[in-house]
Design a protein around this ligand. Sequence first.
Ligand code: NAD
Length: 358
Amino acid sequence: MSKQILILAGDGIGPEIVTAAEKVLTAVNHKFNLNLDWEHGLLGGAAIDQYGEPYPKETSDQAKKADAILLGAVGGPKWDQIERSIRPERGLLKIRSELNLFANLRPAILYPQLASASSLKPEIVAGLDILIVRELTGGIYFGQPRGIRELENGEKQGYNTDVYSESEIKRIAKVAFDLASLRGGKVCSVDKANVLEVTELWKQTVSQEHAENYSNIQLSHMYVDNAAMQLVRAPKQFDVIVTGNLFGDILSDEAAMLTGSIGMLPSASLDENGKGMYEPCHGSAPDIAGKDIANPLATILSVAMMLRYTFKEEAAAKAIEEAVGTVLDQGLRTADIYSEGMKKVGTAAMGEAVVNAL
Ligand code: NAD
């Protein structure tokens, strides 16, 4: 039986970058006989326009039966004024939580060809290869109670709840330790245990899991403010970083920028059985949508992650990553990673070049 992928192009540059990635998927499926099959669905603004909600039942049914999902990005100014509970980004939170995609993997890898695109000195970032493991379905983004209330004196007050149970911490720690054992063997757990009780429990639980089952891995702990600083001071000290939803959101964007362009970075969000949603780290970039200038490489590299983590097709995953290296060696650059002397290409042409390199 073929393995099923659901493709959700989403909004803004989503359809352009996903079209490029789909061509790569077609090529790699054929070349490696992967027996992958896929269909398309709607998420975010595109779903609001058709069904009035960002994650309609139709998409939910498709997502549940798929083995993996490839997402472009959602959101844009067109839907910024509608009621908060049905905005495009809520669709994203809903699909992550409905499918229990609790582990978000965000690699920050600097391709040597792009060292000059980083805002840091080449000697500080050259060869950078960090993996940030962010807890994705808990913490302050989902904690109840939440809202904006009116106090007795008539003043408004906003409030959210940061909450993690031991089991939630344990399962994300396991993911980080397991991945570290396949890489550099080091995990740094990031918290704010000096101030927040929820992260005090985080630190204790990660340490306990380490002591009980992963003594072969080198574990360290770091406060989030220091981690933010260390990421720009000496990023290569890290191998795997594991942290909660809020800190992970911020640190992974910071790590992304170390590599020069957010247009280069893929991500995976996995459940306990390896089912996953794969998407670029960036958003829908409405400012450049429809112009054929967006960088499709993050989405193409997300396909490589899908082949590696859900379908266990390491050779095919590597082939895509090597093909991306080849097009960079050829000097091809989209506008976001362009530097003098290189050849500027558009979204579609970049996708075609990766297919040819494959
Ligand atoms: P963004 O990532 O869309 O864009 C930030 C900047 O990076 C923009 O200047 C954009 O042009 C550029 N950029 C992003 N991707 C690029 C690519 N592939 N190639 C070249 N340049 C690229 O973030 P934003 O502007 O804060 O948000 C825009 C919309 O995207 C908002 O509606 C936001 O809610 C949504 N968003 C969605 C996701 C997601 O779907 N996972 C994530 C973040 C933001």
